[in-house]
Design a protein around this ligand. Sequence first.
Ligand code: AMP
Length: 299
Amino acid sequence: MSEVLILGTVALDTIQTPFGKAENALGGSASYASFSASFFTQPSIVSVIGKDFPEEYLDLLKDRKINLDNIKIEDKTFRWSGSYEFDMNEAKTHSTELNSLATFKPEVNEELKNARYIFLANIDPDIQNSIIEQVKNPQLIVMDTMNFWIDSKKEPLLNVIKKVDVFILNEGEARQLFDTPNLVTAANKALELGPKTVIIKKGEHGAIMFMDNKHFNAPGFPLETVKDPTGAGDTFGGAITGYLAKTKDHSEQNFRKAIVYGSVLASFNAEDFSLNNLSKISQEDIEERFNQMKDIREF
Ligand code: AMP
């Protein structure tokens, strides 16, 4: 049985960066997050796609032993299109077509109701809440979001944040959601809502974690080739959830390792479009970069 439930979008993405273009590529927060988590555990995706979704993309996920039983097939797949300029830290959204996501009501099967680890990746907060209500006794709930939902569903989003253990968001979203330019203030406001751990992603500059009155600063891995950072945040969150599910150790010390694995997986993801690079790397590649990260931090 799969212990790890990953809720999010399974999408068709059209992306333009200064280094190339991808059309109708495999994307979506759940695709990236589950692919990344699959290096540590065997996750199950909860999502919706349409009849237009290519079979070969499902095969790519199945090849990583990701369970797809809880993906509903309805009319049309969620589509996102965006671009990046030379500052690759900020995606510009051109269009978001919710399609079947607009009416999606997730129903988790009996087996997955016993999931122990949940990653509520970026998706409508009402759908995130419905998963919290369906899973019986989770040990750890991790969540992510993005500006689209802060703009359109702030109240439901704040309600979900109150119910989770770990809240991950990027720096721009942290400033927007808590109406402050200061990230420490934003993190403290997030902690006051309920989560024990708040992680603020800073793109290529890594991430800061706030937990147990301490904070930890993980660097980004210095990359020479960044072709497409789409999905880096989802890859980061998926690796953190997967690593914690594998080790079952929720100490601050182990969260630090989880975040470094998150940065490592996100760095591999950014080296190519879609899941192209993540589908090429091995466990050894991950360990090697993890060890290089230790050297980078030593002083
Ligand atoms: P990231 O770069 O980590 O923010 O994630 C990008 C992925 O999120 C893309 O593959 C998109 O398909 C997906 N995405 C974009 N907008 C949304 C949204 N509003 N809700 C959920 N997923 C989205």
